[in-house]
Ligand binder design. Structure first.
Ligand SMILES: *Cc1c(COP(=O)(O)O)cnc(C)c1O
Length: 382
């Protein structure tokens, strides 16, 4: 947001309530203005219980949670890490940060989630070339859980650990369990644009107590217990601040209400965009219920080329922020040399799909106005 830009409708801005502010103040007054203490533990328990796992460690971001998660799952320098190509860049960056390299796998045409068939083809090819696959990072994109029944079967067959990137998906459900409970470990993000926020932060969650203990140790500069600073391993300063955990704790108490509101926002869009049959909505997958983090609509790029861009620019000039679906990783300048197993679906999402304003503060009248503008733009009544 630009300074003075208060009237703009943003994609997914953070909403901080009076209760949130009071909780942060209570935390500060308790004397724990530090990346340690009981508030962190309380926040970790709250998220672990929402996700339905037994252990969690609060970290500085979802990105650092991905990095330490890969380390803890035994990914080694030179390994390959399989990442869907339709994603935010963080899981691919995390692979590089641990000395591994990403391999990109395209997505299914309906939900934009990692394609299991292509995943298996990619694994076979990499192994045939004599490389080791260190981990698979399925991403619960736009808050929809990936196709874990198929993905886990493949991971099992080849003995590859799964790090679930549930950064966008807190509150979503897969028939196997809540988002974040399905891989060997999972990552949640509390960045400012996510379903709940700590003003920047993340968490690694798992039923594996040793894995979480290891990551907690690394994230606090690998301090062994001794009266002096004793280090047997290289460490990181990746722990979440207790002050931010206070905000997250307060936000987590209304997660269900936030998810319900975002589902409501989506149904308002459905209602007000209904007159135009060429607009398709990204639906929840048949194997679960997403958290409706973002409402994503698709404009047919074949019959109406550049529609998504036209609508985005049209709304932007009227103070409304939208964003194309992720630009695929295999098309990013920084990753052009990495192997990619593609079927064109991610590129199609990038060209057709637009993420609509979906924030917690959005009212029905906002959605009505945004939808009317979209319809006007499509009808060229402008
Ligand atoms: C936001 C996000 C991340 C990174 O989380 P941060 O807390 O912003 O570091 C990782 N993966 C996905 C899919 C994300 O959307």
């Amino acid at each position: 947001m630009e300074p003075g830009d208060h009237d703009r409708i943003l994609l997914s801005p953070p909403l901080v309530t009076d209760d949130d502010v009071a909780e942060v103040c209570r935390g500060l007054q308790s004397g724990w203005a530090a990346p340690a203490g009981p508030i962190l533990t309380e926040f970790e328990s709250a998220i672990a219980s929402i996700v339905g796992v037994s252990h969690a460690v609060a970290l500085s971001s979802g990105s650092t949670a991905l990095q330490l998660g890969l380390n803890a799952l035994g990914v080694r320098p030179g390994d390959r890490v399989l990442v869907p190509t339709l994603t935010f860049a963080a899981p691919a960056f995390a692979a590089v940060h641990v000395g591994a390299r990403p391999v990109f796998v395209d997505v299914c045409s309906t939900y934009g989630l990692m394609d299991p068939e292509l995943l298996e083809i990619a694994i076979r090819e990499i192994v045939a070339q004599g490389e080791r696959v260190g981990a698979i990072i399925p991403v619960d994109t736009f808050g929809n859980p990936a196709d874990y029944s198929s993905l886990l079967a493949i991971a099992d067959t080849y003995g590859i650990p799964v790090l679930e990137d549930a950064a966008e998906a807190l509150g979503a459900q897969h028939e196997l369990g809540a988002a974040g409970s399905i891989g060997n470990a999972a990552v949640i993000s509390f960045n400012g644009n996510k379903i709940i926020t700590t003003a920047g932060g993340g968490m690694l969650v798992s039923d594996d107590s040793e894995l979480i203990a290891k990551v907690r140790y690394w994230s606090q500069q690998s301090r062994s217990s001794a009266p002096w600073y004793e280090h047997e391993e290289i460490g990181y300063n990746f722990r979440m601040s207790s002050t931010l955990a206070s905000l997250g704790l307060s936000q987590s108490r209304r997660l269900q209400a936030i998810v319900r509101h975002r589902q409501q926002v989506r149904s308002w869009y459905r209602h007000y965009l209904n007159p135009d049959q060429s607009i398709r909505f990204l639906e929840d997958p048949t194997w679960g219920v997403g958290n409706s983090w973002l409402t994503v609509v698709r404009f047919d790029a074949e019959t109406q080329p550049h529609t998504s861009r036209r609508v985005r620019e049209f709304l932007d000039h009227r103070g409304i922020e939208t964003r194309p679906a992720f630009k695929p990783m295999h098309l990013q300048p920084v990753f052009l040399n990495e192997p990619a197993f593609v079927n064109g679906n991610a590129e199609c999402f990038f060209n057709e799909a637009l993420c609509m304003p979906s924030g917690e503060a959005l009212q029905e009248s906002d959605v009505e106005r945004i939808s009317e503008l979209v319809l006007a733009c499509l009808a060229d009544r402008v």
